[in-house]
Ligand binder design. Sequence first.
Ligand code: ACO
Length: 323
Amino acid sequence: TATFTITASAAAVPAKVLPNVQLTNWLETSDEWITQRTGIQQRHVATTETTTSLAVAVGRQLLANARLAARDVDLIVVATMSPDQLTPATATQVQAALGAENAVAFDINAACAGFVYGLQVVHQMLGVGQTALLIGSETLSRLVDWHDRRTAVLFGDGAGGVVVHRSKAGPGHWLGDHFATEGRLGHYLQAGQFPQVNPWQTASAELKWAFQMDGRRVYDFATKRVPDSIQRALMAAGVAPEQVQQYVLHQANARIIKSVARKLDLAASQCPINIAQYGNTAAASEPILFAELMAQGAIKRGDKVVFSGFGGGLSVGSVVIEF
Ligand code: ACO
């Protein structure tokens, strides 16, 4: 079987930082509540940046970090639930900006599970000898009701990505995976409803654009289904939980990650958390964390890494990769 090798990573976040305490200017909340319940201390919020510009910034860094020419990219996948527009897809704009004229480009939406679903798309689509850019990019700030304290404190903007190369032989292998969706629970996390417009009807005033979330239900889904999904992926891979050096989990809430770690009997050092700096950046959270781990030299050749994401859908997915 062909290799699955992550050869580079990168991240980009908006310049503007919004610390918890600033949210108290207009929300009935506190730094203590947000920090204790979520682990979040600040988030980046796009002012001039867009989902596309963040994705392009990551794309440029990926080419530089992998010493890759734009014409040698075969596939560009952007995972996002907050694109600047529905069409053309964000990935096509990354292709154009990079001049990656030989690449096929499209977006996928699996909300906060988007990055890990994107890994599987790349795994399935990429031919031997080919190279892909997989980028998660979000400006969730535009899907947030900034006056709803139940959701406004949770989300942040940013982008991250990886370069994936497949070849006949060498380091890097896809060892196992597990994916599941529970559409009957989808109403627990909604955002971005479009108006119904036709010649006989004007748009309804009751549009739900901003996040509507039953946080408790999503929390319960995550703390139950994420450990289960990771266990199934590890079983498929024939790998024991303690043999995995790093678990790169979607950063939705530090308490969710600690609960997953407890259930799988993992050490804190196996489950890095960077949500304090970024909040929940949906499809961008795993690649931002991964880029930080790579920059710190925390992942070496031969290490096993689990990526696991969950969220809107409700969806969950986990993959086990050997570096
Ligand atoms: N500041 C102060 N008080 C607050 C705030 C706030 N920002 N938000 C809610 N509260 C209050 C509530 O009103 C409630 O008050 P009450 O007891 O008087 O009714 C109290 O705090 C407790 O609220 P809970 O919702 O029970 O708090 P909980 O401990 O469950 O934490 C949270 C809420 C952080 C949302 C948690 O449930 C969670 O993280 N859920 C998962 C959410 C998630 O991961 N979503 C993203 C999925 S990824 C994607 O696809 C986008």
